[in-house]
Design a protein. Structure first.
Lengths: 463, 103
């Protein structure tokens, strides 16, 4: 049932990620559209597991502060909710606090009137998670690694991706600004429209497009925002930038981006179904969508977790000797025997399972490795990337140094005497890169209550 | 014969979550889209063989609203794993570009 008061609802997504940037002038011009709220995603797991594991943000604090300041100013001036999901990149507790620090700094600098901020922490209690595991409530998703109680307890960090209910609970408690930990991107934009009774198929489909800001345009030369107006039987998308355009194809194409299946997408409360979605042009820059469906399913959220795989050191070296390049595989096999011998001589036989040494031969098969169909075609140069992951940083540095040195001077049968086979572009040539993390969960956890793994807290800012 | 990359308006690959990889092959209109589907070249068995993935784990979707073919498969290792060669999965579509499509 749509509340008759809300026949339509318009909201704004200023950019695909807080810190990604947008043109302030275009954003300001979009504010006079009677907005119900402003939402923005702030995260991604694209950057790999290390940001989640290491309590770091993958971007620049200055860029995040710049975007957040513009959003906060606008939302407080209009007195509409500002919803941010997956704070600080990976949505861990540290990341939420990091974002909150920036928010407080802005509020103080701009002397904003007091407002209420909800902080939603999304690192589940490990005992509760283990209990769910033993109760059979964890289900592996596609290609999930095996999970165990030990793995759940030992993980450096685990986050749960909240649904719309987290934002709804915070708004229900009177929050003006919601800084959420890890959340599904679409839940940021679905929370308020669902509360107002709009059709879940349309709500989730619109949210799925809006989470990327204005990315679903025909030509994306710089990140900008998107406006969405929901009606009872359709939604309309319009780019914020006057020079950007949406077309039915650009909007429909967005269902392909970073998704495994373009027709069905899982959200915590069910499955968005796009088999009957219809995309039509309103004019040369706006698109109307209808026919999107939603099928309820047992409530579950996806878990992400990072564990330490070891500590890494890397070396980059170029090979330009045509004689060596002509017999590259045989040379590397021979050098490897020499390296193995050297490692055992330094660390003893027990080191064998405690480190992982990998090579990438750029110029031949650096990207695809053994799966490269053209790996027998060697050009005039190879960039050799050597990576060592070991139990300690010291061991990783030592093995990387040893491997580089052995390859540097390993004999080439056609040459007589001492050779130097690698061109190192920097000194020192061994680069310690710190802890190496690994994603160790791709599981859904079925919940009795959408909020049971999340911790909602409230803070008055500038009070 | 025409190479797939010459017919497609965009070919790209990207992570679909930390454990899956998805390849999008997009066309300007229904004619090219239908032509490539009719050729049967983009199928789970051959793409699996080309990229070294078991064919039953490769899913091919035809997506008419954007004249696109999507091919989704497990990543050989998860995003950012010590054995991973492509953090964003952005370059793993390469071998598909030169697939021959019969005229």
């Amino acid at each position: 049932m749509v509340d008759p008061e809300f026949k339509s609802l318009t909201y704004l997504s200023p950019t695909g990620m807080v810190g990604g940037g947008f043109t302030e002038e275009h954003f300001i011009n979009a504010l006079d559209r009677d907005l119900a709220f402003i939402g923005c995603d702030a995260g991604s797991c694209d950057g790999g597991p290390s940001y989640l594991g290491a309590n770091e943000h993958f971007g620049s604090r200055a860029a995040v502060k710049r975007d957040l300041a513009i959003l906060l100013r606008a939302a407080r001036k209009l007195d509409i909710p500002l919803l941010i999901g997956s704070c600080g990149g990976s949505g861990g507790n540290w990341n939420v606090d990091w974002m909150f620090d920036i928010l407080k700094e802005i509020a103080a600098e701009e002397a904003l009137k007091p407002f209420k901020t909800a902080l939603i922490y999304s690192e589940p209690d490990r005992d509760l998670l283990v209990e769910k595991f033993h109760d059979g409530k964890l289900a592996p998703l596609n290609a999930a690694p095996p999970v165990s109680e030990t793995a759940l307890r030992d993980a450096v960090r685990v986050v749960g991706m909240m649904g719309a209910e987290g934002f709804q609970a915070a708004l229900g408690a009177g929050a003006d600004v919601v800084l959420a930990g890890r959340a599904t991107d679409a839940s940021i934009f679905a929370a308020i429209p669902l509360l107002r009774g709009f059709d879940p198929g349309l709500v989730w489909h619109a949210a799925k497009i809006m989470e990327c800001g204005g990315a679903a345009v025909t030509k994306l030369d710089r990140p900008e925002g998107m406006l969405c107006t929901l009606h009872q039987d359709r939604f309309v998308l319009e780019p914020v930038s006057p020079v950007q355009k949406c077309s039915p194809t650009s909007i429909a194409s967005h269902a392909l981006y970073e998704t495994g299946d373009p027709f069905e997408m899982r959200e915590p409360s069910g499955i968005l179904t796009l088999q009957n979605a219809v995309y039509e042009a309103v004019d040369d820059r706006s698109v109307v969508v209808s026919g999107s469906g939603f099928r309820k399913a047992p409530y579950s959220i996806r878990l992400e977790g990072a564990e330490i795989a070891g500590y890494r050191a890397v070396v980059i070296g170029g090979i330009r000797d045509p004689i060596l390049l002509a017999r590259f595989d045989a040379f590397m096999a021979s050098a490897q025997t020499d390296i193995d011998h050297g490692v055992v001589a330094s660390f003893g036989e027990d080191i064998a399972g405690d480190y992982q040494l990998t090579y990438r031969a750029y110029g031949r098969d650096g990207v695809l490795g053994q799966r490269e169909p053209l790996r027998d075609q060697v050009g005039h140069e190879i960039g050799l990337f050597i990576s060592v992951v070991a139990k300690t940083q010291e061991t990783a540095n030592a093995i990387a140094s040893l491997a580089a040195h052995r390859i540097l001077h390993h004999s080439v049968p056609e040459w007589t005497g001492l050779v130097s086979n690698l061109a190192f572009p920097i000194a020192p040539h061994v680069i310690p890169t710190g802890a190496a993390y690994r994603f160790m969960l791709n599981h859904a956890v079925f919940l009795d209550d959408p909020l049971e793994l999340f911790d909602l807290q409230y803070r008055m800012v500038n009070a | 014969m025409t190479q797939l990359g010459t017919i497609a308006s965009l070919m790209r690959s990207k992570n679909a979550g930390p454990f899956e990889l998805t390849i999008d092959i997009m066309f300007d209109g229904p004619a090219d889209f239908e032509r490539v589907i009719a050729s049967g070249v983009v199928n789970d068995k051959d793409i699996g063989a080309l990229l070294g993935i078991e064919p039953q784990l490769v899913k091919v979707h035809h997506y008419p609203p954007a004249h696109a073919i999507k091919v989704t498969m497990p990543r050989p290792v998860s995003v950012g794993d010590p054995g991973d060669s492509d953090l964003f999965g952005g370059q793993l579509f390469g071998p598909l570009v030169t697939l021959d499509i019969p005229d």
